[in-house]
Design a protein around this ligand. Sequence first.
Ligand code: NDP
Ligand code: OXD
Length: 311
Amino acid sequence: MMMTILFYSESDDPNPWRQALMRELPGIAFRVWPDIGEAGEILYALVWKPPPGLLKTLPNLRAILSLGAGVDGILRDPELPRAVPVVRLVDAGLAQQMSEYALYGVLHFHRDMHRYAEQQRSSQWRALAPVAAGERRIGVMGLGVLGSDFVAKLVPLGFRVLGFSRTPRALPGVTAFHGDLGLHPFLAESEILVNFLPLTPQTERILNAQTLAWLPRGACIVNIARGGHVDEEALLAALDAGQVGGALLDVYDREPLPAAHRFWRHPRVFVTPHIAAQAIAELAVSQVIENIRRIERGDQPLGVVGVERGY
Ligand code: NDP
Ligand code: OXD
């Protein structure tokens, strides 16, 4: 059977993927949804947020290959074919971009740029008291592939770094917390909180009215993981009340962020359109090709998702 790959994404251009895959895997057929042709011919689905129910219509799938690191947009499908492995991107050029964005966010809030932006609106020339990096506590939620790359770049800058994961993780220079019981002591110390968690039933709305209140007063948040981690109304209330001092947000409950959403206009919210890391086809494609080759020769692909675990 000719190896046929189906591509589905409303936010990625299929052409660089088509070119790279056809160059590296001669003889394959590359189809872009909705032109799927004969469903039984499709062996690989290369997808970002496929419509629920689509994957179960492909009876001969060998793998579901995610176009991103996060797979919540695949696992949300109640009819996901359980026997087919789901494979995600592991770094594939994302880590460097995520770390750049997160470092930018940490430095922005550490150096009070959110407060100077407010002062600028009323032409106020006023120096705020500086805080030494060694006195600044940065909380990193999620110490996986992306979160651990970030802490490896953050620690040498001299910050006090706290980390939070599901299972215990020991990383140089990081005070580690884990599990449900670790969340409160971790948040209570986090003056700048950066979120790198996957979205799972356990992490959904992990930042809500109760947990935001555990942060030190005036703490700032950088969310580059998923909008579903945050109760957006609770975050707005915490910003209005000064409990949260500023938020740099890349991800939202609804994307694109609706024009009427208060985040667009809130003076202490900085909005970017889910660009913290964007898969660069040329970098990501080599990982996808390697995984297809592994599966074809009967080996385990890299980045197999624990579907029950949710990430
Ligand atoms: P990994 O699977 O490598 O790491 C996940 C980390 O989260 C692990 O440390 C894991 O703990 C921890 N974790 C999972 N569940 C829980 C929980 N219930 N409580 C505490 N910690 C938990 O993922 P990646 O680092 O590759 O990616 C992280 C996320 O980043 C993606 O899922 C995606 O949502 C987001 N992302 C966003 C992008 C953007 O542009 N905005 C781009 C790319 C990714 P443990 O170590 O114990 O397993
Ligand atoms: C990802 C993303 O998960 O782009 O890779 O959000």
